[in-house]
Write a protein that binds this ligand. Structure first.
Ligand SMILES: NC(=O)c1ccc[n+]([C@@H]2O[C@H](COP(=O)([O-])OP(=O)(O)OC[C@H]3O[C@@H](n4cnc5c(N)ncnc54)[C@H](O)[C@@H]3O)[C@@H](O)[C@H]2O)c1
Length: 313
């Protein structure tokens, strides 16, 4: 199997290592911060046991045995056929890392970035090996949320895209492929629109942040855990999507246009309004407790989805 190099072992890097190792890949981990890759490996060992408890990983001990801590960038890339980069989210950091990785990695190794917003053309232009670079954007945490957005640059080889897709699938992920570049790809563009409206509704005093959360948690989100927006609206009018649009497009269009030209929905005044009634403090302890709770619920949901009947054709 292709050997995997994980460059940057923070939140996302260590989750990627979990994904690949638990699907049988040999994984090497690297981070510039001293001790970070070792700490990530220890964290992954605990995580794998928890996933096994939810029936999502068969062999936690075998999985952790497949992860090694590398001694540096050259070592992590040695023998790797697929590199998943998870460094800082700045254009400068991505350009610097991809420059170094392109120099050091085997010529046929694929170089994928976890970047949330930066297009592959921005950090790979000018590289000798730019045809083997692309974005493979995961969702936090990728070992529990399987979507990965493959976003190639205009010059990425079609064969590289196909090979990346096959590797992600082998690792149990659900890849989608963008047909052209767009900052933020698909997922974060959809999320941005929803977040902008959520902040505006609270900022304008229409609803509390808690009630907006409930609207997703106990409303839209229930269907979204197994259906997309198109699949959802298909069932909301007898004639399917065209009928839905004929009935509701004028109202939808009015709502969309009513937000056009408004200011930044994430400005400090609106954020303060959201925080006015927000309960709890942002202590590290509370974040850890909530993240563990979320991961447990996501694992249970994944187990449910795997055991569920497939959608009828
Ligand atoms: N956090 C999320 O929800 C999320 C989701 C999807 C994608 N991403 C993307 O994943 C990437 C990593 O995000 P994160 O949340 O894991 O950040 P993080 O801060 O948790 O981890 C980044 C790690 O990279 C290391 N690093 C910095 N420079 C390095 C270098 N030159 N070589 C090797 N390691 C280096 C840091 O020491 C740190 O451990 C970003 O591009 C981010 O946009 C994040």
């Amino acid at each position: 199997m292709t050997k995997i190099a994980i460059v940057g072992s923070g939140l996302i890097g260590r989750a990627w290592a979990t994904v690949f190792a638990s699907h049988g890949f040999e994984v090497a981990l690297h981070d510039v911060a001293p001790g970070a890759a070792e700490a990530a490996r220890a964290h992954i060992a605990v995580n794998l046991e928890e996933l096994a408890g939810h029936g999502l990983v068969d062999d936690p001990k075998g999985s952790i045995a497949r992860i090694r801590v590398a001694s540096g960038l050259a070592d992590v890339l040695a023998g790797a056929g697929f590199v998943q980069e998870n460094g800082p989210e700045t254009v400068e950091a991505k350009r610097a890392l991809f420059g170094e990785m392109d120099e050091l990695a085997a010529p046929d190794a694929i170089l994928a970035s976890s970047t949330s917003f930066i297009m592959a053309s921005v950090f790979s232009e000018g590289l000798k090996g730019r045809a083997r670079c692309l974005v493979g954007h995961p969702v936090n945490p990728p070992h529990l949320v399987p979507i990965v957005e493959i976003a190639p640059a205009p010059w990425t080889d079609a064969d590289v895209v196909a090979r990346a897709k096959a590797i992600y699938e082998q690792a149990g992920q659900v890849p989608i492929t963008l047909r052209k570049e767009k900052p933020g790809f698909v997922l974060n563009r959809l999320q941005a629109v929803l977040l902008a409206e959520a902040f505006r509704l609270v900022g304008e005093g229409v609803a509390s942040a808690e009630d907006v959360d409930k609207t997703i948690r106990d409303g839209l989100g229930l269907r979204w855990s197994f259906m997309g927006p198109f699949e959802t609206i298909e069932l909301n009018a007898p004639g399917g999507i065209p009928d839905y649009c004929a009935r509701y497009s004028a109202s939808l269009d009015r709502m969309v246009k009513s937000s056009e030209g408004l200011g930044n929905p994430f400005d400090s005044g609106t954020v303060a309004e959201v925080m006015r009634e927000w309960r709890g403090s942002q202590s590290a302890e509370r974040v850890k407790k909530l993240s563990d709770w979320r991961d447990g619920r996501l694992a249970a949901l994944q187990a449910h989805k795997r055991a569920s009947a497939r959608k009828p054709d």
